[in-house]
Design a protein. Structure first.
Length: 325
């Protein structure tokens, strides 16, 4: 039996930098910590939960970014879990006055666990009598734990208003089969992402003592992913009205099978505080055949904090023109 597998999907991938591209390690040029949480299809009887926690730092001395990431996923239907811990490194090359190239890599250790002691195989079912023969897990002879090493790599080029990136995950194609060694490996995931940012007329924020400039901008972006038999294109827009961020994504096209592939519409709202603490919330409205009523869409939350010894009122965002979420 051959099973196709793919990675967990996040909607706020720019707020989850190591999920998108390891070249984003240290991209704030400061120190940063963040967490992401996603609840997929909450209306179903089963749960699909994913989370990420990360920290990174940029060293001006070595012109390099360093990061660590911990991620995981839980599925109640299959009684399975996936965990990963990784270390990332990126180097920034200056190609011109306002042109840069980040080169990054991430090495990880993967762990996949499943509770096979609760699995009932088809051969254990006596359809005529309507009973189960033996105990759950009795017919399974494989290993319930799989451990493997993995490697990811990426590039990110950006100018003052434009960016384009490429990343490849699972270059070592780690084993994912519990039954046979080397029988089923996780396919490489490729991603091409980019966009452009437009400055809008600035405004002013009144704090009762004085007025400060208010940044206003509109960014358009795309993210194309391909992994094994699956591919997907996300197209989105993000409006920044300091301190508020509003975003919208359409997830769907194309498909390798020439069939309709509309998956969801994603709405996002984020807020940045003067302290360097940012919050983001997004909701996926399902437009696939699964349906919104059946699935309940998906909720996703991101929280991050950027450390700085500078004026606490200074914006901590990097010079990258990319999306904030």
């Amino acid at each position: 039996m051959k099973v196709q597998s793919q990675d967990v999907q996040y909607s706020q991938f720019y707020a989850n930098p190591f999920y998108l591209n390891p070249a984003l390690a240290g991209s704030t040029e400061l120190s940063r910590v963040g967490v992401n949480f996603r609840n997929q299809w909450p209306a179903l009887d089963q749960s699909f939960i994913a989370y990420t926690a990360y920290a990174d730092h940029f060293s001006k001395k070595y012109n390099s970014g360093f990061g660590v990431v911990i991620s995981g996923a839980r599925e109640s239907f299959t009684q399975s879990s996936t965990d990963e811990i990784g270390l990332a490194y990126s180097y920034r090359l200056r190609l011109g006055e306002n042109r840069f190239l980040h080169v990054g890599a991430q090495g990880s250790l993967l762990s996949r666990d499943v509770l096979f002691d609760q699995v009932i195989l088809g051969t254990q079912l006596d359809i005529d009598k309507g009973v189960i023969l033996g105990e759950p897990g009795q017919g399974f002879t494989g290993d319930s734990r799989v451990r493997a090493a993995d490697l990811n790599a990426g590039l990110l080029y950006y100018e003052e208003k434009f960016w384009i990136g490429f990343s490849a995950f699972h270059l070592l194609k780690p084993q994912i089969s519990y039954l046979e060694i080397n029988s089923n490996k996780l396919p490489i995931k490729y991603s091409i992402h980019g966009g452009v940012r437009f400055d809008l007329a600035p405004g002013y924020i009144n704090d009762f003592f004085n007025n400060t400039d208010q940044e206003r901008s509109l960014a358009l972006a795309f993210n194309y992913k391909s992994q094994g038999a699956f591919d997907q294109l996300d197209i989105g827009a993000e409006f920044y009205f300091e301190p508020l961020i509003l975003g919208f994504w359409y997830r769907g096209l194309p498909t390798k099978y020439n069939l309709p592939n509309s998956e969801s519409l994603v709405g996002l709202i984020g807020v940045e505080l003067d302290s360097g603490l940012d919050f983001g919330y997004s909701y996926d409205f399902s437009i696939s055949k699964l349906g919104q009523r059946v699935s309940g869409g998906a909720h996703e939350i991101s929280v991050r904090y950027v450390f700085s010894s500078k004026d606490p009122r200074k914006k901590y965002y990097p010079e990258l023109p990319t999306f904030r979420y």
